[in-house]
Design a protein around this ligand. Structure first.
Ligand code: AMP
Length: 361
């Protein structure tokens, strides 16, 4: 049994070796923790700033056993961690945060939307689609166009296709490989917003200022925060985030992506049971950033203040955009974050910049 709060000198385990793991490891190090990464990838972005890395498949029983022996608490930096890995960790009595339930719900878009609605949080109208028959029924009930998304495994706009007309159903199912899917009504949003929030082991909740997010081809391009918003929208976003954290009995940081509609309603698109790209601005824009907040929460420390100290425009550096590092380093109000990825494939998230300006009074 792990005793909380974890003292400095303890070890935090992270499933996943990408940039989120890297920034978690940096935050953990600042608080005196060591990090051990489990990733199938050698030479990962996270492993180069962590105390130790286990290179193995996520479900590898021996690697999970070593991880559980080394780490007093284990977290994850992406939501497609195989359920089998968490089952093995549970069997070993390992402390995992956030818990497996939040992960299981977030891994399946149909379960996720059903859970949200049951918790009193609005989403677009949706239907489960396992066959052409289901898709036809969804088109009759919800109308066209519909956005068809695979239930599992999709991210950054992958595994999605618009069904513009009822007769396009067959082609749409083929485009997503005939995998189990959900059909969603168009959100008709005026803008997309996100809220990063955290819940501690004692149930304390911390909410960050609202972020306005801009996607291109399903990938986050830019995030601006704190976002201008009416008091009513802010209160509703905060209600939604707190509702989810409590309903999931959550420990750690969560990212909640929402659509703001012209009629002022907020619909949740999805939540990520982890630190999130829409929260990278907090690294330079808030008293305590999302990565330190996550470490604090899972380690049983008090949560830190989430107050904004600057206005930030965060821009992801995709593919060869990170090659402009020398130019970007000249901009006085720009904070550069590079992820140490060896290969700049087109569209790959290589880093981000936070451009700071004074907070509007
Ligand atoms: P997702 O993979 O669910 O995060 O979706 C990626 C992006 O696709 C979102 O950020 C939106 O820009 C867009 N999108 C997703 N769902 C819908 C929807 N039901 N209606 C309109 N646009 C959507």
């Amino acid at each position: 049994m792990t005793a909380f709060p974890l003292p400095p000198g303890s070890t935090i385990g992270v499933l996943g070796g990408g940039q989120l793991g890297r920034m978690l490891a940096l935050a953990a190090a600042r608080l005196g923790f060591d990090t051990v990464i489990l990733t199938p990838q050698s030479d990962s972005p996270a492993s180069r700033v962590a105390a130790r890395t286990l290179v193995a498949p996520y479900e590898d029983p021996a690697a999970l056993k070593t991880l559980a022996e080394l780490a007093q608490v284990i977290t994850f930096e992406f939501e497609n961690v195989p359920a089998a890995a968490l089952d093995i960790l549970a069997g070993l009595g390992a402390e995992v945060a956030p818990g497996p339930r939040a992960l299981a719900i977030a891994q399946d878009r149909f379960e996720e939307k059903s859970f949200l609605n049951a918790a009193g949080v609005a989403t677009v109208a949706f239907a489960a689609v396992d066959s052409l028959q289901d898709l036809r029924a969804a088109l009759r009930r919800l109308g066209a166009p519909l956005l068809l998304k695979t239930r599992r495994g999709g991210y950054d706009g992958k595994g999605q296709v618009w069904v513009m007309r009822p007769e396009d159903g067959e082609a749409a199912l083929a485009a997503i490989g005939h995998r189990p899917a959900v059909a969603e009504a168009p959100a008709d949003f005026r803008r997309e917003v996100a809220m990063i929030a955290a819940r501690g082991r004692d149930g304390e909740i911390a909410l960050y200022p609202l972020t306005e997010s801009h996607h291109e081809n399903g990938v986050l391009r830019r995030a601006v925060a704190p976002a201008a918003a009416s008091a009513r929208i802010l209160a509703e976003a905060e209600r939604i985030a707190a509702t989810l954290l409590n309903a999931l009995d959550y420990v750690g940081v969560i990212g909640v992506e929402m659509f703001e509609r012209d009629d002022g309603r907020l619909l949740v698109n999805e939540f990520a049971p982890r630190v999130h790209n829409t929260g990278h601005w907090t690294l330079d824009g808030c008293e305590v950033d999302q990565f330190e907040q996550h470490i604090r929460a899972i380690a049983g420390w008090p949560l830190g203040p989430t107050v904004a100290i600057a206005h930030v425009e965060m821009t992801n550096l995709l593919g060869d955009e990170a090659d402009r590092w020398a130019h970007l380093a000249h901009e006085p109000e720009t904070r550069l974050w590079l992820y140490g990825k060896r290969e700049a494939r087109a569209g790959r998230k290589m880093g981000h910049v936070n451009r700071l300006s004074p907070l509007a009074r």
